[in-house]
Ligand binder design. Structure first.
Ligand SMILES: N[C@@H](CCC(=O)N[C@@H](CS)C(=O)NCC(=O)O)C(=O)O
Length: 218
């Protein structure tokens, strides 16, 4: 039995949608478990025993915790390859893993520097500068993702949804939170809107109760 610890709008959306896709493809269900980050539920002794990093996601597999999105995605794909969440061809699979790793180790932490600046620096000036620098960098990274979308047929790695497609939706929302104007990203917006309308995305969005578009003009 699989149990997913997730927080609304967080990176845990990636395994959340993936589990919905697997459910639709194989009939295998999962238990979603909400972690209220704003209430510090990630730092309780019980949760730290699952993930000492005090982060979502955690995937509980027959009672055993698995952490880190890249590892969780690899496990889900190997457990349910028929869901097509990574391509079957070894080279195409490696390319999708490469993009997933880049998203997890570069794009994601850039936003963390904006959203949780106090984890990386201190003082009002330091925090303001770090936010400014990383917001500009995050906007560039979203443009790079839009570049990948330009070559999508219809999705990033062909006709099946893969993990990078789902992560791209997370970053779209985060771009809005960071104040990145979506006017520069029309192809990205259209792609995200198409994905969000698919049943697995719609189910996760409804469970997490999150709006797709977060941008508010300053
Ligand atoms: N490298 C980790 C990153 C996980 C991560 O950054 N999770 C964030 C949410 S997107 C979190 O739980 N943050 C806890 C907090 O903000 O207190 C992974 O791949 O699982």
């Amino acid at each position: 039995m699989l149990k997913l610890y997730f927080a609304p709008g967080a990176c845990s959306f990636v395994p959340h949608v993936a589990l919905e896709i697997i459910k639709a493809e194989t009939g295998a269900g999962f238990e979603p478990s909400l972690v209220k980050l704003h209430k510090g539920e990630q730092s309780t002794p019980e949760y730290l025993a699952l993930n000492p990093n005090a982060q979502v996601p955690v995937l509980l597999v027959d009672g055993k915790p698995l952490t880190q999105i890249v590892a969780i995605c690899d496990y889900l794909d190997r457990s349910a390859p028929q869901a097509g969440l990574l391509p079957a061809d070894p080279w195409a699979r490696a390319q999708a893993m490469s993009m997933l790793a880049w998203m997890n180790n570069t794009v994601h932490p850039t936003f963390t520097h904006i959203f949780r600046p106090e984890q990386f620096t201190s003082g009002d000036e330091g925090i303001a500068e770090q936010k400014r620098f990383n917001t500009a960098r995050f906007a560039q990274l979203l443009e790079r993702i839009q570049g990948h979308i330009a070559g999508a047929h219809p999705w990033l790695f062909g006709d099946r949804i893969t993990f990078p497609d789902i992560y791209a939706v997370v970053f779209w929302r985060w771009g809005g939170i960071a104040g990145v104007d979506p006017a520069a990203l029309p192809a990205y917006q259209a792609y995200v809107e198409q994905l969000a309308a698919l049943p697995a995305f719609a189910a996760a969005i409804e469970r997490e109760r999150i709006p797709l578009h977060m941008y508010r003009k300053a």
